[in-house]
Design a protein around this ligand. Structure first.
Ligand code: ADP
Ligand code: 5GP
Length: 208
């Protein structure tokens, strides 16, 4: 048996990793991630808080913690979030404590967040692995967003506008997946997670 008594190696072997997945609304993040969770163990989503209204079928504490703007701003004051951002008219944020608990139990945690939040995570946790998912074309993105039937025309227009702006941030990410064929892109995502679990020095990946 090899000796594993260096503290760096101990830390590497005993702590969960942080994964961040971003990409435009409607690209298929949720669909790919549910397949990832079905097929890979010891990785869990971070449940964000948001001030937006629940969509039909969304469950409190499963999809999000749905809170009022006042409660969210209170939590900002109390340093409750690893990061938070405004997306359109609503706040979204990553609660810090449950994330820390999972990581300390050697469970990987995956944050599905937009680019401003991803940037903050990169600054605060240089070892986090940032994955961007893009659509094959903007027309296909619009088709998927409409096909999901969850957004108003106004919200679709806003989300497509944000998607155009977010494209510029792709180079800040570690990996890029194009979600064209769902099975292929899911396999790529799973491949990244499994490979990153074998990385020896996750904390040494520094921002430029
Ligand atoms: P996001 O979580 O990124 O907002 P969703 O997972 O809700 O996106 O997907 C948006 C819509 O696109 C859903 O109706 C989903 O079934 C569909 N979709 C996801 N991936 C693909 C794909 N590779 N090809 C075609 N449709 C897809
Ligand atoms: P939706 O309203 O479609 O669920 O999410 C809108 C956007 O907010 C998506 O890009 C999603 O990834 C992002 N998002 C969800 N939770 C968080 C969070 O905790 N922090 C940040 N910065 N973005 C989030």
């Amino acid at each position: 048996m090899f000796s594993t008594n260096s503290s760096l190696l101990q830390q590497t072997l005993s702590q969960g990793r942080l994964f961040v997945v971003s990409g435009p609304s409607g690209v298929g993040k949720g669909t790919m991630l549910s397949r990832l969770y079905d097929r890979v163990s010891a990785i869990e989503p971070s449940i964000s808080a948001t001030t937006r209204d629940p969509r039909p079928g969304e469950v409190e504490g499963v999809n999000y913690y749905f809170v009022t703007q006042e409660a969210f701003e209170n939590d900002i004051e109390k340093d409750f979030f690893l990061e938070y951002a405004l997306y359109g008219p609503n706040y979204y944020g990553t609660p810090l404590r449950s994330l820390e608990e999972k990581i300390s139990l050697n469970t990987d945690v995956l944050l599905e967040i937009e680019v401003q939040g991803a940037r903050l995570v990169r600054q605060k946790r240089p070892g986090a692995v940032l994955i961007y998912i893009q659509p094959p074309t903007m027309d296909e993105l619009e088709r998927r967003l409409r096909g999901r039937r969850t957004e108003t025309e106004e919200s679709i227009a806003k989300r497509l506008e944000i998607a155009q702006g977010e494209q510029a941030a792709i180079l800040e990410y570690d990996y890029l997946i194009t979600n064209d064929d769902l099975e292929t892109s899911t396999e790529q995502l799973i491949g990244i997670v499994l490979a990153e679990r074998c990385r020896i020095r996750p904390d040494e990946r520094k921002p430029e």
